[in-house]
Design a binder for this molecule. Structure first.
Ligand code: ADP
Ligand code: TRP
Length: 331
């Protein structure tokens, strides 16, 4: 039997190239060797996205992105978290086995407390219970579907470790291997994808490049990548250049070598380098962009795919919850 890889994607905006190379592409790669469970973590996004129209639009965008980039809903279990009520029931049950101190130490909450302390306001100012209990919901997401590995960014390591601890504790308490103890895995090879200004590409800094920009908008966006002031004729160093760093993520090794040689030879301006980047992005993502916009125009197709995932996910969740309820004596 194949092992299970599971991860959740928060619908908090339009996915960017950092999300694609750092999370989506490696997760899709894992479908070759794992049974994969990928879901839209909408009730995690609710800690910050509190507008119905915005949430709905984000859910469609995230779903369309994964489907356009090659997620096959027959091959991967693909659903929306809020469609699976059993997850929220399990989350409550697990919270009763979770030391409150874990939540006090959870990094997102701790960061808020530190910021509030520094600002001289109440420690819990602007902290909702969703943010505080966020890791308990993640535990339920992960343990419900017996995930062996959880591919995530480094910032989520602590949350997966909580899930491990709770799984071990729960299993020990009832003397049964109810939950699989999950392992976080990180995408080391690609590292941090730089944004327009060279810092980590992120929604939090306005330095991201959307995955599916139309050619004209993409050209404008790529124009904003910060470069140095070297003139066309000067030889340039590819390894310190943001344009090149992005190019490398999409180009073949031969293409990468060829562009590096042009950098070093001189006679190539930043405009040329950006055009090469645009070409390679178009090659890589042009067809997926068509599919993305098609799906956003046909959200009924997205709904159908999510309904299919819901049915399959709930069948699995029911089996797990029957077992858990039996142990808890609530069934
Ligand atoms: P953002 O920083 O834009 O809010 P998220 O925190 O929602 O992005 O990230 C979602 C996923 O995308 C995470 O798994 C994270 O590891 C990955 N990711 C986001 N930005 C980058 C980046 N610049 N480089 C590599 N991976 C990234
Ligand atoms: N918290 C994750 C993030 O911010 C999203 C997420 C929710 C998740 N549930 C999960 C990731 C379960 C892995 C497993 O990116």
């Amino acid at each position: 039997m194949r092992k299970i890889s599971l991860t959740g994607i928060k619908p908090t905006g339009t996915p960017h190239l950092g999300n694609y190379v750092g999370a989506i592409r490696p997760a899709l790669e894992l479908t070759k060797t794992y049974d994969t469970v990928y879901f839209i973590a909408d009730y995690h996004a609710l800690t910050t996205v509190q507008n119905g129209a915005e949430m709905r639009a984000n859910i469609y965008k995230v779903a369309a992105t994964w489907l356009a980039l090659g997620l096959n809903p027959e091959e991967s279990l693909f659903y929306k978290q809020s469609d699976i009520p059993e997850i929220f029931e399990l989350s409550w049950a697990l919270s009763c086995f979770t030391p409150k101190g874990f939540m006090n130490r959870a990094h997102a909450y701790k960061a808020k407390v530190e910021a509030n302390t520094a600002a001289g306001v109440d420690v819990d100012s602007n902290v909702n219970m969703g943010l505080y209990c966020y890791p308990c919901l993640m535990d339920a997401d992960i343990l419900m579907f017996s995930a062996d590995i959880v591919p995530v960014g480094k910032d989520q390591k602590q949350h997966v470790e909580f899930a491990r601890d709770i799984a071990i504790k729960f299993n020990k308490h009832f003397g049964e291997d109810v939950f699989t103890v999950p392992e976080p895995v990180f995408q080391e090879s690609t590292g941090v994808i730089p944004g327009l200004d060279g810092r980590k590409m992120s929604k939090s800094y306005d330095n991201y490049i959307d995955i599916f920009l139309e050619p004209k908008a993409l050209k404008k966006r790529l124009g904003k990548i910060v470069t140095n002031s070297q003139g066309i004729e000067e030889p340039k160093d590819p390894d310190t250049c943001n344009v090149f760093k992005l190019y490398k993520l999409f180009a073949t090794p031969e293409q990468t070598e060829a562009l590096a040689a042009r950098y070093r030879a001189g006679g190539m301006g930043w405009g040329h380098a950006k055009q090469e980047l645009q070409n390679v992005l178009e090659e890589h993502l042009g067809a997926a962009r068509e599919k993305y916009f098609y799906l956003l125009d046909h959200t009924d197709e997205i709904e159908k795919i999510l309904a299919y995932g819901k049915e399959r996910a709930r069948a699995k969740a029911k089996v797990m919850m029957d077992r858990v309820r039996h142990l808890l004596g609530t069934y």
